[in-house]
Design a protein. Structure first.
Length: 242
């Protein structure tokens, strides 16, 4: 039941993407920074950073429109992505982007103002014909990696939102804030591999359980697919102090 609810939430989130896309836009932050405006995507990313101190990357597993799109693409290419150095690409993209935002803001003009609906039409992102070109370009950017490389490849390789949550989780652990994790009792594990097959991020959950490092994985979106698939109750959600 939990996975049906989760997938329904992701589907609705993706269907709302034409309305919400500007609230996840890295470019609009730069454009707004030049005018000293704190826009909607700036507010959303700050909220992601703060909430991830407790909830980790649960946003990715339950509410991300890009995640919903890629899980649909997994029905076409249902294979795990290659882990390792390719995951670092998103951090390079994020670092360059953050530097650009800070530099633009320093060089910007006008007094600092807050406008959550910056560049939207009454809060709606895609409201003009040319906006659809940008929208479908973003859709292509997100879906192609998943179709070429496998499960949620864009999340692993190019997502500009994931680093906020990874950093937030690290800050939460540093501050000893109780955090949501998926914990494993590896003594109960029978190595059936159903958890790994169920993982929408294509993670080798079985290996992580055996090594006892599942709670430290920065790519886990806490979707709970592995929890619900495990027949021996090896995996469970828990709030944990680190």
């Amino acid at each position: 039941m939990r996975q049906k609810i989760r997938k329904t939430l992701l589907l609705f989130s993706f269907l709302l993407f034409p309305i919400t896309i500007w609230y996840f836009s890295p470019y609009l932050i730069i454009q707004a920074a030049a005018e000293h405006i704190i826009n909607g995507s700036f507010i959303v990313f700050v909220l992601m950073l703060i909430l991830s101190m407790v909830l980790g990357r649960a946003w990715c597993g339950y509410l991300c429109p890009a995640g919903g799109l890629q899980e649909c693409a997994a029905m076409i290419k249902d294979k795990p992505v290659k882990q390792g150095k390719f995951n670092l690409i998103k951090y390079v993209i994020w670092t360059v982007w953050i530097i650009a935002v800070i530099t633009t803001f320093i060089l910007g003009k006008n007094d600092v103002t807050i406008n959550p609906f910056y560049m939207t039409d009454h809060g709606i992102s895609v409201s003009q014909i040319y906006s659809y070109i940008i929208y479908y370009g973003v859709i292509l950017l997100l879906v192609l990696p998943a179709l070429i490389h496998g499960k949620r490849a864009a999340c692993h390789y190019i997502c500009w939102m994931a680093p906020f949550m990874v950093i937030g989780s690290s800050v939460g652990r540093f501050l000893h804030i109780p955090q949501l994790h998926i914990e494993a009792d590896k003594d109960k594990c029978i190595n059936c591999g159903r958890c790994s097959k169920a993982c929408p991020m294509g993670l080798d959950v079985k290996k992580m359980v055996a090594e006892g490092v599942n709670s430290k994985c920065t790519e886990c979106t806490l979707c709970g697919a592995c929890v619900d698939e495990c027949a021996k109750d090896v995996l469970k959600y828990r709030f944990v102090w680190r």
